[in-house]
Ligand binder design. Structure first.
Ligand code: NAP
Length: 289
């Protein structure tokens, strides 16, 4: 049996769908009954919380292979560590951990939290594979589509920093291939998309594909902080996001290489493909109504 955690989340949901396509015995872990009720067919839904060790024991009953992911929250280290201890106690054969790019070389923000979990996993003695993805293509809609729809613009203090975005579906293919360990045991994969893109270039691509003019507006970091706080984001999250942005500004996210392509054995999803599939998200709905 395979257990996919974070089955309601952005990357976890994609991993679950890929696991159902490739494997016969799949269990999907949810925290809430509402999300579990949306479990796709072809899997067994289980309710569990990383904070509840008893629920983890039940979720892991009969499980050999586990994909571990958690929301990027300050409790991530403690929560994922609970899961690793539970996996070890349950005799799990292989763990795939969803970490983040920067865990190898950036001692701040989300990457530094992920690094602590990586180190615990490695020292647990369990067979494992660590995935360190760059920024998800899906972030583009999540973070930028709302202001693009209403103002034809998106705002950040990224300067000309580039990000090699990748699709969560491609991460899912790697995660599921690695689930049984084998040649992937003991490996850490840094996963970059096929093209490094600045926000200026991103605005041009969105303009071309959505058929409307979209601008990227570079703002001072202090203004971005104020805007995010004004939207109700907690201080810790604003600080972590701005620190991650610094990593990108230092060039940390701009690498492209053949690692993802060779792991998934086909061309990775490109920015243009993603934008075409999501073009309606960027259109002014009032104007097109
Ligand atoms: N976004 C990016 O560009 C990017 C890039 C590289 C790495 N990452 C990393 O990828 C990870 C996943 O990101 P995402 O965007 O997929 O996050 P997400 O959409 O928030 O999904 C996180 C999942 O973890 C579950 N979860 C949270 N707390 C839990 C708990 N106490 N017990 C059990 N499950 C819990 C959530 O369940 P609920 O639905 O119940 O909350 C959800 O299913 C993060 O750690 C992030 O740092 C993200």
């Amino acid at each position: 049996m395979i257990l996919i955690t974070g089955a309601s989340g952005s990357v976890g949901k994609a991993v679950l769908l890929e696991a159902i396509r490739r494997e016969s015995k799949v269990r999907a872990m949810y925290r809430s009954k509402e999300e579990a009720a949306k479990a796709p067919s072809g899997c067994q839904a289980v309710l569990a919380d990383y904070a509840d060790k008893h629920s983890l024991r039940k979720a892991l009953d009969g499980v050999n292979f586990v994909y571990v992911v958690c929301s990027p929250i300050p409790q991530l280290v403690e929560l994922e560590s609970n899961m690793l201890v539970a996996c070890k106690q349950a005799g799990v054969k292989h763990v795939v951990l969803n970490s983040a790019l920067g865990a190898g070389d950036y001692p701040k923000s989300f990457p530094s939290w992920h690094r602590q979990v990586e180190d615990k996993l490695k020292s647990s003695g369990m067979s494992c594979t660590i995935l360190r993805p760059n920024g998800f293509l899906q972030n583009i809609v999540t973070y930028n589509a709302a202001s693009i729809r209403t103002q034809g613009a998106f705002y950040a203090a990224m300067g000309d920093a580039k990000v090699s975005y990748l699709d969560v579906g491609d991460i899912a293919v790697v995660a599921v291939k690695a689930l049984r360990g084998g040649p992937h045991s003991g490996k850490t994969y840094e996963l970059n998309g096929p093209e490094a893109i600045s926000n200026e270039e991103l605005a041009k691509r969105i303009s071309k594909i959505s058929g409307r003019t979209v601008n990227y507006v570079d703002i001072p970091e202090s203004a971005q902080r104020e805007a995010m706080l004004g939207m109700g984001m907690p201080e810790w999250q604003v600080t972590a996001l701005l620190e991650l942005q610094q990593y990108y500004k230092q060039g940390g996210g701009a690498k492209t290489d053949g690692v993802l392509r060779s792991l998934i054995e086909r061309a990775p999803v490109t920015l243009d493909q993603y934008l075409k599939a999501n073009a309606k998200e960027f259109r002014d709905q009032a104007a097109s109504a």
